[in-house]
Design a binder for this molecule. Structure first.
Ligand SMILES: [Zn+2]
Length: 81
């Protein structure tokens, strides 16, 4: 009975750690799309706010796309690897 709880907590912790690792251990900081001189999200093309770039200078995506990417990556991690 308690196994289900343990599994759930372990999976949640693993998922959270994966997201942290994704942010911390970027392969190579490509940074945002600067092709037109403006820092833009590589996914949706929206301008990335300066406040976000101040915190994450090599951010490749806006906050919305980054969250989606991290969630999708965590869920499909087994397939990617
Ligand atoms: Zn975006």
């Amino acid at each position: 009975m308690s196994d289900n709880v343990d599994d759930s907590q372990a999976a949640e912790a693993k998922s959270r750690q994966t997201a942290l690792d994704t942010v911390r251990c970027r392969p190579r900081g490509q940074g945002p799309d600067m092709s037109d001189g403006t820092a833009r999200c590589r996914d949706c093309g929206e301008e990335i706010p300066a406040s976000r770039l101040a915190r994450v200078p090599d951010a490749e995506r806006c906050v919305v796309c980054q969250e989606e990417a991290e969630q999708g990556r965590a869920e499909s991690e087994a397939e990617d690897d």
